[in-house]
Design a binder for this molecule. Structure first.
Ligand SMILES: [Zn+2]
Length: 238
């Protein structure tokens, strides 16, 4: 199969793109060029629709199968291989997801900088998310303290940049080691890094807003213990 051009990784603000159908099977469509983000790294897959000459279909999820981005289609109407299509993501949902994703990275940056705690896991939906930290304990007061510190940073408008680094270079970077860059499969030679310049750097494939100002304000809505050295914070965008 030919190489698929994955546009979300280089321009997260692109909502529409033309492509051509490479393959259709079991309600899944593969395009040679797509704006849809395939779920991964805690970020959900994009939804939206694809249209072609004489047809249209809703995309209910986007994921990877054997490394290739596939679009899950609702209903029986499907395009045929070779057809030109227009892909369009649900931008409202994606943008809220981008704000949420950047909020999570900023949160992990603040908690590491101020309390020395590493992240052990996380997940998000548009507008809300959870993140687990290597902390001995957690309280509601701690959650409020983190919320205040996080919001104070977000309004400072840190820019977000995407940088590509050679694997060897990434493995030697203390910030990236902290966020477990060594877990990335060995065949990945170029590592994508999301740099909230001055606040947080992580190897990450997700889509982010350009500035922490676009995140707005965040609320820490719940703190809970999920076991020894695994303390959870739930956040929501205000
Ligand atoms: Zn991320």
């Amino acid at each position: 199969m030919s190489e698929v051009e994955e546009l979300a990784g280089t321009d997260s603000y692109l909502a529409v793109a033309e492509g051509r159908v490479l393959d259709v099977a079991d309600g899944l469509v593969v395009l040679d060029r797509t704006v849809f983000y395939a779920r991964g790294g805690g970020q959900p897959g994009d939804t939206g629709r694809i249209t072609w000459d004489g047809g249209a279909a809703m995309v209910t999820d986007t994921m990877r199968r054997a490394g290739v981005i596939v679009h899950e289609i609702a209903g029986d109407m499907l395009p045929e291989p070779g057809m030109a299509v227009l892909g369009e993501i649900d931008w409202t949902r994606r943008y809220e997801t981008m704000r949420t994703h950047t909020a999570l990275h900023a949160l992990s940056g603040v908690v590491y900088r101020d309390f020395g705690a590493k992240v052990t896991g996380g997940n998000m939906e548009p507008g809300s998310a959870r993140m687990d930290f290597e902390l001995d304990g957690i309280s509601q007061e701690f959650g409020q303290e983190v919320e205040a510190r996080l919001n104070a940073e977000l309004v400072r408008g840190y820019p977000t940049e995407i940088v590509w680094m050679a694997r060897t270079e990434a493995l030697a970077d203390p910030d990236l080691i902290r966020t477990k860059v060594n877990l990335i499969p060995e065949w990945v030679e170029e590592i994508r890094v999301v740099d909230i310049v001055g606040l947080d750097r992580q190897a990450d494939g997700g889509t982010h807003v350009r500035s922490t100002l676009e995140v707005g304000q965040v609320r820490v809505v719940k703190t809970e213990s999920k076991g020894k050295a695994n303390k959870r914070m739930r956040i929501e965008l205000s």
